[in-house]
Design a protein around this ligand. Structure first.
Ligand code: ZN
Length: 209
């Protein structure tokens, strides 16, 4: 069975015990997403998503929301209906929501002012607490953080909360893609406490481009 492919699998359980032997009796390929493998960037994005999910999933625990997200993302990556960099943002922000560690990007976590009502253009993202802090409240509250613009936060909020079937209408500026990518690809490994091989490789590819 190839990587990034959807298969219909039939198994036989020899014993009813949890750790009993399982025999693979049939596997039919349903969708091979062949276009992903012809493009080194697409392959690397898909590898990152799969690595993240593989690390996060627990054995014997069904997570159909994560399955649906991965399926949607691989399908759109294969078809090229959504820019791959935008899809990578969509996958990461929704992965965090489903997994229960979504950062608060709606309002300043201290004075509670909604992003839309904050006057300054840039805010501080606090990695440790997974929250944003406005310039009035920041005062060295966290050394783990980065500056992020309101516009990027609003777009990330939108791709996390709008109907996923409308995701192909997303238009991100080059700046928002770059900033959003830097934020999410730093926050997820920080929060999980682990480096991802595919992410390191992705960054090497970007440098060589
Ligand atoms: Zn504030």
């Amino acid at each position: 069975m190839d990587l990034f492919s959807v298969n219909h699998i039939q198994c036989t359980f020899l014993k009813k015990k949890k750790n009993g032997l399982i025999i693979l009796s049939q596997a039919d390929l349903e969708n091979g997403f062949a276009n992903i493998r012809y493009d080194v960037f697409k392959t690397t994005y898909a590898s990152f998503w799969v690595e993240l999910i593989h690390f996060w999933l627990e054995e014997d625990k069904v997570q159909s929301d994560l399955y649906d997200l991965l399926f949607f993302s691989l399908d759109a990556l294969n078809a090229g209906t959504i820019e791959k960099e935008v899809l990578n943002l969509l996958f990461q922000i929704r992965f965090m929501s489903i997994s229960g560690f979504s950062p608060n990007i709606e309002n300043c976590d201290i004075c509670k002012t909604p992003v839309d009502h904050i006057e300054q253009k840039n805010l501080r993202f606090d990695f440790k607490e997974g929250r944003i802090i406005c310039q009035n409240c920041v005062k060295n509250r966290s050394k783990y953080g980065m500056t992020i613009s309101k516009g990027t936060l609003k777009q990330l909020f939108w791709i996390n909360n709008s109907d996923i079937s409308r995701a192909d209408r997303l238009r991100f500026s080059g700046f928002a893609i770059e900033e959003g990518t830097r934020l999410l690809e730093a926050f997820i490994p920080f929060h999980i406490g682990r480096d991802f091989k595919s992410l390191r490789f992705l960054n090497r590819l970007r440098q060589d481009k």
